[in-house]
Design a protein around this ligand. Structure first.
Ligand code: 5GP
Ligand code: MN
Length: 523
């Protein structure tokens, strides 16, 4: 069969294609598409030596020299879709149009009308996305109620804050309920790690927090006025954002676990009230104004927080600063009747505890704790400081110590927040935090590694000091590990050949840091 050889250039590079004379037109087009390394939606243009655009077909002349160009992605081939792929295309179109425009300006001296038209279409698609609040996670949403809506990758934060109306509604409900007596049964249940947060509304949660301050006798010991405590709790509620995981309910769970640990380990007989007050209040404040993006993101995206805190625990520094902004106001300062020296000690303690929740210092704190364990002394200030950090850290990551029906929805919330962050990282061209990548991480892969490498080593050391935690904390965590290990097995394809392995399985085990808050991702 006679073959035809066609000469052409692509991006200035000489190429030649060979195909049988009877070759179908589509095959010839595919051949040229491969030569240009073009994607399936890219538009190819072939010019003859006179500069006219011609069809790519089997009847091309062997003696001529053609010019092939990849012009732009085909933006019209798919309808507007509210997903990341479509959104990535906006960026792709935009950058391709910009490079095409530059090229044309260099060659022809002016931008042709067709390019202007395509730019208009891309801009209008972007504007549509910018106006859709529920797509704010894409990082494009512009709050148009704000006059100064200058484009910044972080304007979606605004949509996460609680509205005034929502706050007022909860405050009213809380004030009405706060004078009601909470039953003894609930008070006892509140002291256990099996407590189910999902049964309670936000206003009720605030009442439960009030019960904690009352039953630990903080109100009487530290001369707190009930209205000031209520205002403090309300401000704390208000400054947690509406995000999937790091929200007011998470703050409650961490505080409730700290409260449970205080009772379970009979800490009241071993530490003074001031230390307990520091720990409970730190737990309450430890994630204030979290926007759902971790430190790695803050640093990589060079956010205001990363700039303000020079990349050093930007989130934890911020949570703590917000706590003290609340305490700076007399009407919400629960420590306002304490001496300057006592306030200083509380401030120092809260700062230490909240900063300890940065998972970057996980190993360092755990190593310190292990070192002092054999000679642990509750009268030694250094020992006590490390224990307080370990207790808040344990409370912070304690969801898996709760009954499965309480813990599992929390994992869904966490993954929702993780996936959102990695989607935005992809969209903004930032390094993708590996343990948040929806293409790599599943429920069991996230949990099996985290339990084995972070939770158990932490809780086992704590149980060395407080053996009763073996039953109340470690047993449920081991059950959770079995549950997710089994789920991981079920998810794995039989042959083990196809399924892409995620964190934990197959690869060498991640370090605690990689699983929780990888050091590498933060740099
Ligand atoms: P945070 O102070 O942010 O609430 O908790 C510290 C970090 O520990 C979280 O941001 C998250 O990265 C990690 N973490 C907490 N609980 C879990 C969990 O149940 N599973 C996994 N995989 N990570 C968790
Ligand atoms: Mn937390």
């Amino acid at each position: 069969m006679a073959a035809r050889i066609i000469h052409f250039t692509v991006n200035g590079r000489p190429e030649q294609a060979e195909f049988p004379e009877t070759c179908p037109a589509q095959d010839v087009k595919d051949l040229f598409r491969s030569a240009a390394e073009a994607g399936p939606h890219d538009i190819l243009k072939l010019y003859n030596p006179k500069g006219n655009i011609i069809n790519i077909s089997p009847s091309l002349e062997p003696d001529a020299c053609y010019t092939l160009e990849v012009v732009a992605a085909d933006c019209n081939s798919e309808p507007l879709a509210s997903n990341g792929i479509c959104e990535e295309k906006v960026y792709l179109c935009d950058s391709r149009l910009q490079s095409l425009e530059r090229k044309l300006q260099m060659e022809a001296g002016e931008t042709p009308a067709v390019v202007h038209e395509m730019k208009k279409q891309v801009d209008s698609f972007r504007e549509k996305l910018e106006g859709v609040e529920h797509l704010s996670w894409l990082g494009l949403f512009k709050d148009l109620s704000d006059e100064t809506h200058k484009p910044s990758p972080f304007y979606h934060k605004r949509a996460l804050h609680k509205t005034r109306k929502e706050c007022e509604r909860v405050r009213e409900a809380f004030v009405q309920m706060s004078s009601l007596e909470v039953s003894e049964d609930v008070r006892q249940y509140l002291k256990t790690p099996t407590f189910d947060n999902w049964q309670w509304e936000d206003a009720e949660i605030m009442v439960l927090l009030q019960v904690m301050y009352t039953d630990l006798e903080f109100i009487s010991t530290f001369n707190m006025e009930p209205e000031v405590l209520q205002q403090f709790l309300f401000e704390v509620y208000r400054r947690y954002n509406n995000i999937p995981f790091h929200n007011f309910k998470h703050c409650f769970c961490v505080t409730q676990m700290m409260y449970g640990l205080i009772w379970l380990t009979d800490l009241r007989s071993r530490m003074d009230s001031m230390d307990l007050l520091i720990m409970l209040t730190s737990a309450l404040c430890h994630d204030l104004d979290h926007t759902g993006y971790n430190n790695a993101y803050q640093i990589n995206a060079r956010t205001e927080l990363a700039l303000r805190y020079n990349d050093i625990s930007p989130l934890e520094n911020h949570h703590c600063a917000v706590a003290f902004q609340i305490l700076e106001k007399a009407e919400s300062n629960i420590f306002r009747n304490l001496s300057v020296d006592r306030y200083k000690r509380i401030r120092e303690g809260i700062i230490k505890c909240v900063l300890a929740t940065d998972m970057m210092s996980h190993n360092e704190i755990l190593i310190k704790f292990k070192a002092i364990l054999p000679t642990f002394d509750f009268t030694n200030k250094e020992h006590k400081d490390v224990l307080m950090m370990i207790l808040i850290k344990a409370s912070d990551v304690s969801n898996e110590a709760r009954p499965l029906e309480v813990a599992e929805p929390w994992l869904d919330c966490l993954l929702q927040e993780f996936y959102n962050q990695s989607d935005v990282e992809k969209l903004e061209g930032l390094p993708v935090t590996p343990f948040m990548d929806r293409d790599k991480v599943t429920k069991p892969s996230a949990q099996a590694g985290f339990i084995r490498l972070v939770l158990l080593p932490l809780f086992v050391e704590l149980a060395n000091l407080f053996p009763c935690l073996e039953q109340h904390i470690i047993d449920p965590v081991r059950k959770a590990l079995d549950y997710y290990t089994e789920m991981e097995k079920q998810n794995r394809p039989e042959s083990g050949a196809q399924g892409e392995d995620t964190c934990g399985g197959g690869h060498s085990p991640p370090t605690a840091n990689q699983t929780a808050e990888p050091a590498a991702a933060a740099q």
